[in-house]
Design a protein. Sequence first.
Length: 94
Amino acid sequence: MNLEVSQSQPHHRQLVAQGALLLDVRTPAEFRDGHVPHAFNVPVQELPMRLNELGPTSRPVVVYCRSGGRSAQATQLLTRAGYTVRDIGPMHAW
């Protein structure tokens, strides 16, 4: 299930405060250069092999990248794997 942004749904920051996983799907070098506090880094190209590191599918995931393209790819993959996902797109949207 993909969580569409709407006024009736919790803001992505609220979702993370309530226990959602904050996932940064940029490269390790990009992550080292700066990231949202408490984000977990799994590059989108490694995500299929590292899904087990994200925890149970019952835990929502809030995902971001640099410009929105990789987070959109990650959202599709995570949704197919059974996760509930909120794609915020670029990191500056945090």
